[in-house]
Each structure stands twice: as structure tokens, then as C-alpha cells.
Design a protein around this ligand. Structure first.
Ligand code: SF4
Length: 429
């Protein structure tokens, strides 16, 4: 039985959207069916999300980009976050995640779903953590029902994908703590669950009661983004036993969920040196049955605050060429503060650059076609067509504004090498 025959909500969206999706991705219908049924591609879309455009994630579909938004206790302005939704959409993001941890989280999520026609993701344990922290209770006091009830509520609201750290076992958490990592556990959700497990001496409820989670999300076709709670938070922590133990669990859980008709993506690292990116990505893909891999960065340097979008794009390009499918942006504000509007724009653009670079390396026709169009336009000093194919046409026009009536650009002016040789004909001897 195919996955959409086990999941009526998925079937509804797939049948309604397939012609558009296949056309946009340049794929045959049969190829989309085959990829979804093998679990190497997911179709994001909760029928409860108003005016949603469903989205395919998983190569050979186009590499997708996510923008993380949301309030924090030190920067809590829901109106600004809605402006950031608009900025992320204008910059060309494919999804957004609402990571809000301050204010009225239900209202913010509802507004984001209304403002964003693209898939919206969340990390439901943040909302549970906020309730506990606001009432001055310890995270270890969380009741298992509180977590599952929150997930259920968010599915009903229309969220399309959720990060759930189901692969983070008690053993994995203990390994990470015992291994004396430089930066321990840096995932917010991961650190909450690790504290809960160690303090209560109990297994992660998202792992021990995985079937309950599947029963909740399936009627809404909410895709599980199986979180990497033990991802390395420093280059020096990459590739330890705790990280791989979690990856192995994620692979097994994704396989089981798929059999039950629930779609899964795998979340990946994190911080790691450049020389480890390819091996890590290939290893994770292999251990998770080539499920769509959603990576945060990877950040290839730890010393780049203010420039982490660049550090992440370098890692992201190699990750894509090694098999990653979905890039979570990093902005210049990473590790420092909440991103502002310009940070959001810069972060989305950096990830889109990484996606294009990775797709060129993979020889994807859509990426090569764009490169060829840009080169043709450059050869002809055709600024209009350069703008059409540029990743950021607005920036191209802005930077050219002061000399827009010149045929050449201000970089070389009369020394323009394109023009210099344009009329030259080699004389035959
Ligand atoms: S002026 Fe220089 S940089 Fe500008 S188009 Fe000509 S060769 Fe290229």
C-alpha cells in the first residue's frame, strides 16, 4: 500500500496539487509518487493551514530554504515578527518556522499561519517550556500529556511540520553529558528533554510513546522533522558517539513512521569543520534511508559571529552537493540576537546562494540553465536579463543605480574587458 493510501490527508493534498508541484519541480508525476512512497521526499501540507501552497522537499526536487522567526523573552514584538514573515517571503524563502518563546504563542502562530501561504513549522516543546518557565516550574516537572496535547493543538491550528526530538534517548543524553563535550547539548528542545529524562530517570516520551505521536499528526498530514537534539554545537564536538546514536534512532523511527503513513524529514548538524561535512551528510543520509535531510548550516567555523550566514552557506553548499535537501538559514544575528528585517533577508539570500552552488555541483539542469542565462547576458552587457536571472534582482538594480545609463558597469568603465574584445576578429594569416 502506498504512503498516501495510508494517509488520507496526504492523499487529498497530493491529488489536488500534483500537477502544479510536478511542473514546478520539473518532475514526472510517476517520479513524484515513487519518491514519496520511498520516503526520500515529503509533501509538506496540512489541510487545516489556510490558503496553503503545498511543497515538495527531497532531491531531485529543488533544494528548499527555511527562515526561522519568532519572539524571544528579550525581544518580544509579534508585529515585527509578521514584518519578518513578509521579508522572508520577499527574499524567496520556501518555508518559515515559528520559534516564538514569548508572548501569546497561540495568537502569534495563528497570525503566522494566516500571513504565510508557504508551509509553517514549529517546535511544540517550546510552548510547553514557556508555560512551565512562566509558572516558575522546572522543565523536569513537565507532564507527558502536556507535550502531546500541545502537539495536537498545533496540528489542529494548521502547522505543516514540527520538530520533535524523538531520537534523543536517555542513553544518548547521558552519553553527551559524559563525553564532556566542549558545548554539551545546544539544541533548546534537546536540552529540555535531556533535563527531563535525567531528572526523572525516564525515557523520552516522544520515543517511548512514538505511536501516540503518529496517531496525533497523521490526520493532519503534519510531517515530522525528527530533530537532532544532540547535534554538535562546536566544531570540536562533531561526530561523537552521542550524535551518531541519535542519528541511528532517527533512521529507525523514520522507517517505522513511514510504514504507518507518516512522513518524516531528518534534521542534521550543526557545527562541524569543512572537512567533515561531506562524510557526515553521506553518513546521516545512509543511516536514515535517504529521508529528506534538513540541515542547520552546517556552520564550518565557530569564530564568525556577525558572519554566520556566510559560514553556514559554505557548509550548506557542500551539504547540498553531498545529499542534503533542505537548508535552514543562518543570519548575521546568529549567536547574538534576534534577526532584524535586513538579517532575515541576508540569511535567506545566503542559503539560496548555497542551494544554487550545491545544485550546480550536482549538475541539476535548472541551476545550470540559470548560470548559462546569466553568462549570456553578461557577454551581451544585457543588464535587463542579468537582473531577471540574478538571485537578488533588487540588489542588482540598486547597486547599478548611479550608472544605470552606462552600457558597462563602474567596476572597469572604459576598461571593460567584455567590450574591449567584442568587435575584434582574429585576422587569418
Ligand atoms: S566594466 Fe568590467 S565588471 Fe563591468 S561588465 Fe565590463 S568587464 Fe564586467
Amino acid at each position: 500500500m502506498a504512503i498516501w493510501e495510508k494517509n488520507k490527508a496526504l492523499q487529498e493534498i497530493l491529488y489536488a496539487e500534483l500537477p502544479r508541484l510536478a511542473r514546478e519541480e520539473g518532475m514526472e508525476h510517476e517520479q513524484v509518487f515513487a519518491c514519496l512512497d520511498s520516503g526520500t521526499m515529503v509533501l509538506l501540507g496540512n489541510p487545516a493551514h489556510p490558503k496553503l501552497q503545498a511543497l515538495l522537499i527531497g532531491q531531485p526536487a529543488r533544494i528548499k530554504v527555511n527562515a526561522n522567526l519568532g519572539t524571544s523573552p528579550l525581544n518580544n514584538c509579534p508585529q515585527t515578527e509578521m514584518e519578518k514573515v513578509a521579508a522572508a517571503l520577499a527574499a524567496g524563502t520556501d518555508t518559515i518556522m515559528d520559534l516564538s518563546t514569548a508572548g501569546d504563542l497561540d495568537a502569534i502562530r495563528k497570525q503566522m499561519l494566516e500571513h504565510c501561504p508557504l508551509p509553517v513549522g514549529t517546535v511544540p516543546i517550546y510552548a510547553v517550556g514557556k508555560i512551565l518557565i512562566d509558572s516558575e516550574r522546572d522543565i523536569a516537572e513537565m507532564k507527558e500529556d502536556e507535550l502531546f496535547d500541545e502537539i495536537d493543538k498545533q496540528c489542529r491550528q494548521g502547522v505543516d511540520f514540527i520538530t520533535v526530538h524523538c531520537g534523543l534517548s536517555k542513553r544518548g543524553a547521558e552519553l553527551a553529558l559524559e563525553e564532556k563535550r566542549v558545548l554539551g547539548i545546544v539544541s533548546r528542545g534537546g536540552s529540555m528533554l535531556a533535563r527531563w529524562m535525567v531528572e526523572n530517570n525516564k525515557e523520552n516520551p516522544l520515543l517511548s510513546d512514538f505511536d501516540r505521536l503518529l496517531d496525533i499528526v497523521k490526520p493532519y498530514n503534519v510531517t515530522l522533522s525528527l530533530g537532532d537534539g544532540l547535534r554538535p554545537g562546536a566544531g570540536a564536538d562533531a561526530g561523537d558517539a552521542a550524535q551518531w546514536e541519535e542519528v541511528i534512532n532517527l533512521g529507525q523511527l523514520a522507517k517505522y513512521a513511514h510504514k504507518r503513513g507518516v512522513q518524516c524529514m531528518i534534521e542534521g548538524p550543526g557545527h562541524m569543520p569543512l572537512n567533515l561535512v561531506q562524510g557526515q551528510i553521506e553518513g546521516i543520509k545512509r543511516l536514515t534511508n535517504h529521508a529528506p535531510l534538513y540541515v542547520l548550516g552546517p556552520l564550518v567555523c565557530d569564530t564568525t559571529p556577525g558572519y554566520d550566514h556566510i559560514s553556514g552557506a559554505i557548509g550548506g553548499a557542500i551539504a547540498v552537493s553531498s545529499g542534503a535537501d533542505f537548508l535552514c538559514y543562518l543570519t548575521p544575528a546568529e549567536h547574538l540576537t534576534l534577526p532584524d528585517l535586513e538579517d532575515v533577508r541576508a540569511g535567506v539570500m545566503a542559503s539560496r546562494v548555497a542551494a544554487q552552488a550545491g545544485e550546480i555541483a550536482l549538475g541539476r539542469a535548472r541551476a545550470l540553465k540559470k548560470e548559462a542565462a546569466m553568462n549570456r547576458a553578461r557577454k551581451n552587457l544585457d543588464w535587463e536579463n542579468m537582473a531577471k536571472v540574478a538571485i537578488d534582482p533588487e540588489l542588482l538594480q540598486k547597486r547599478r543605480q548611479t550608472h544605470k545609463n552606462e552600457e558597462v558597469c563602474a567596476m572597469c568603465g572604459k576598461f571593460c574587458s567584455v567590450k574591449m574584445l567584442r568587435d575584434v576578429k582574429v585576422k587569418k594569416k
